[in-house]
Design a protein around this ligand. Structure first.
Ligand SMILES: [Zn+2]
Length: 123
C-alpha cells in the first residue's frame, strides 16, 4: 500500500517537528502538496492518515491536499505540455517521449497550521 507508507513517513516528519518545538503547539491542519504523477490518491491518503493518527497527538487534524498537475517539457519543441496520465505521456506535437518532468512528482508538506497552547509554562 503506497499511501500507507507515505503516511507513515509523513507522520514521522511531523512528529519530529512537533517535538522539536519549545512548546508543543496544537496542530489544526496540515497542508500537503501532492503531484499527480506520484499516483497517490488523495482519498486514500486521507483515509490512511485518519487511521494511523487515531489516539495520537494528530488525531482529528485535518489534512488539506493540493493537487499539482503533471507538466512535462519537450526539448525538441521547447514547450511545456500536460501529459495525460495513463494514456499519453509523449509530446502531443512531435511525439517525443516524456523526458523532463517540470512538476507533478512532488509530495511534501506545504505548511502546518497550528495555534499555541495557552497552558502555563514553567521556566
Ligand atoms: Zn515536442
Amino acid at each position: 500500500m503506497h499511501e500507507t507508507d507515505m503516511t507513515k513517513a509523513l507522520i514521522v516528519t511531523i512528529r519530529n517537528w512537533y517535538y522539536s518545538q519549545p512548546e508543543q503547539p496544537k496542530i489544526e491542519k496540515i497542508h500537503l502538496v501532492v503531484g499527480q504523477f506520484t499516483c497517490v490518491e488523495p482519498v486514500s491518503l486521507q483515509f490512511a492518515f485518519e487511521v494511523q493518527t487515531r489516539n495520537t497527538f494528530l488525531e482529528g487534524v485535518e489534512l488539506v491536499i493540493r493537487d499539482i498537475p503533471l507538466i512535462a517539457f519537450c526539448h525538441r519543441c521547447q514547450q511545456e505540455y500536460k501529459p495525460e496520465i495513463g494514456l499519453q505521456y509523449s509530446c502531443p506535437d512531435c511525439n517525443s517521449p516524456m523526458e523532463d518532468i517540470k512538476s507533478g512528482r512532488e509530495l511534501k508538506i506545504d505548511r502546518i497550521e497550528y495555534s499555541s497552547r495557552t497552558a502555563p509554562t514553567h521556566n
